[in-house]
Design a binder for this molecule. Structure first.
Ligand SMILES: Cc1cc2nc3c(=O)[nH]c(=O)nc-3n(C[C@H](O)[C@H](O)[C@H](O)COP(=O)(O)OP(=O)(O)OC[C@H]3O[C@@H](n4cnc5c(N)ncnc54)[C@H](O)[C@@H]3O)c2cc1C
Length: 488
């Protein structure tokens, strides 16, 4: 009898059956061992944060069930990937290990260790993960990376064509020696001992089926008004797909295919709502492109001049920001939305990030770390790009001197004050005119709304004008320092 062909399917960040090239390839073996390895000793500062671990816990459970429905299972292990893979390969006699790439900069070290430990023993095969084009594929003519978004998007659109859908319907069985063992997600101890994340169940349903349902719903109800509503945080103006994309529960290719099925050739679409939605999905690709080409950017500014920026350490102000107690209602509403739901609207991410960086003078890296721990969609590529963009030090970034005025931003994007009233209910009885600036409200209005400033809601932690001037001063100081360095 010919020897059975056994493979290991190493699950990284692709918790879906559709559009999963490693899984599709793995289906052709006689026996298959799908495995997820939680690298708990990993010293990477960007290992999943607390909110991400909550999502991971849920999605692992769901994915394990999905694989069981196809005749397989998900083996759950703790430890370093190369050691665990070597151990399973030896135990099972597997001749191949297949996986989809994750694009984290620590990936190359992990993969190098796997290659070193296993390449002589088994065939290693890796496939494209949950991005549309590999970061090397989409470069400028001279091979250098894009630093500006619009040509990146144009080049993508010119080159991209929608591919046929794939989905595995049946998987090979586990080898006998693995069948009797029960693997429980709980044993990975992913959930924080704080009960904080329990509320996330109210807002989120992880998993591939939920992601697909969400896209269909979004297409039916909101896509046709995306361009006008996407900036309004109190509406359901955006898809809220970001954690599903991050965990690979849905592939952006599936979303573009759905658009093509409904609206035809992507290159010929003229509807600004659909174009804008595709552009946002491509911002994600742009972030991955940048992270691959500039792997140090999670910790260092892309524009080197910003290394000299005179950031301030201030525990008290930072804590006020994290707790949503800065006295600026739109900032506080955003930070409370984040803490309560594990997510924040994109417009408000920009406002809160800008406030930390420019009004409080605290470094974008500190803010990025807080987001990293508290966002269910925390994504190293998007988070890095979002913070560097806001700080002015990233690719195609907003200039530093464009300082968001939190009051004007509120008036423009939350004109009725609904978003602020929802997340800062102590202010809900103030009329829209004062809800964004309670410190300027006449005593009569405050009394009518039953608010004592400093008791029911904080006084502003900084004065907008003073903070703005200080930020601009710091910026000019940094530039002058660069100039004097260049002259030396
Ligand atoms: C300071 C800051 C930090 C951020 N951190 C993250 C993060 O950790 N993870 C994350 O996924 N996004 C991050 N973003 C980008 C953006 O805020 C979220 O992707 C978006 O709010 C998710 O909501 P949605 O799914 O409803 O988006 P939609 O508007 O429905 O967009 C669809 C998808 O496109 C992608 N997308 C949308 N906007 C952006 C953008 N500006 N940059 C990159 N991709 C985008 C996302 O994958 C999103 O799910 C950050 C932005 C800022 C300003």
């Amino acid at each position: 009898m010919p020897k059975k062909r056994t493979a290991i399917l190493w699950i990284r960040n692709d918790f879906r059956l559709h559009e999963n090239p490693a899984l599709t390839e793995a289906a052709s073996f006689d026996e298959l061992i799908p495995v997820y390895i939680w690298d708990e000793g990993n010293s990477n500062p960007w290992r999943p944060g607390e909110a991400s671990k909550w999502w991971l816990h849920q999605t692992l459970k769901i994915f394990q069930k999905r694989l069981a429905e196809l005749g397989s299972d998900l083996i759950l292990l703790k430890g370093s990937p190369h050691e665990q893979l070597l151990h399973i390969a030896k135990k099972s006699g597997a001749t191949a290990i297949l996986w989809n790439c994750s694009y984290d900069p620590s990936e190359s070290n992990i993969v190098k260790a796997v290659q070193k430990a296993l390449h002589l023993k088994v065939d290693l095969q890796w496939f494209q993960g949950n991005i549309l084009c590999s970061p090397e594929e989409l470069c400028k003519k001279d091979g250098s990376p894009y630093l500006v978004y619009t040509p990146f998007w144009r080049n993508f659109l010119a080159k991209y064509s929608v591919t046929a859908a794939t989905k595995s319907k049946k998987l090979p069985p586990l080898p006998k020696e693995f069948r009797a063992i029960e693997f429980c997600v709980e044993d990975l101890n992913l959930l924080s001992h704080l009960s904080w994340h329990e509320a996330f169940h109210k807002y989120w349903k992880p998993g591939e089926e939920e992601a697909l349902k969400k896209v269909r719903n979004f297409f039916k109800k909101n896509l046709n008004k995306y361009d006008s509503y996407r900036n309004l945080p109190d509406t359901e103006g955006t898809s809220m797909l970001s954690p599903h994309f991050h965990f690979g529960e849905i592939h952006p290719q599936q979303v573009l295919r759905m658009i093509a099925d409904e609206y035809g050739d992507l290159k010929k679409i003229r509807d600004p709502n659909i174009i804008q939605f595709m552009k946002e999905i491509l911002w994600r690709e742009f972030s991955y492109h940048l992270l691959q080409h500039f792997p140090k950017t999670p910790n260092q500014p892309l524009k080197e001049v910003y290394k000299d920026f005179p950031w301030k350490k201030n525990e008290k102000l930072f804590t006020a920001w994290t707790k949503g107690e800065t006295g600026y209602p739109i900032v506080d509403a955003g930070m409370r939305q984040l803490w309560n739901t594990g997510w924040m609207h994109n417009r408000v991410r920009m406002i809160t990030a800008s406030f930390l960086i420019k009004h409080l003078g605290i470094s974008w890296q500190e803010g990025a770390k807080w987001f990293w721990d508290t966002l269910v969609d925390a994504d190293l590529a998007n988070n890095t790009q979002g913070w560097q963009w806001t700080a002015g030090c990233g690719a195609d970034a907003a200039p530093f001197f464009r300082i968001f005025n939190p009051i004007m931003q509120s008036e423009k994007f939350d004109p009725d004050g609904n978003y602020v009233a929802f997340w800062c209910p102590e202010l809900k009885n103030l009329p829209p005119k004062w809800i964004y600036r309670p410190w300027q409200a006449p005593a009569k209005e405050l009394a009518k709304a039953c608010i004592i400033l400093g008791v029911d809601y904080p006084h502003p932690v900084v004065d907008h004008r003073v903070a703005r001037d200080k930020a601009l001063w710091n910026y000019e100081w940094m530039r002058a320092r660069q100039g004097s360095k260049a002259r030396k």
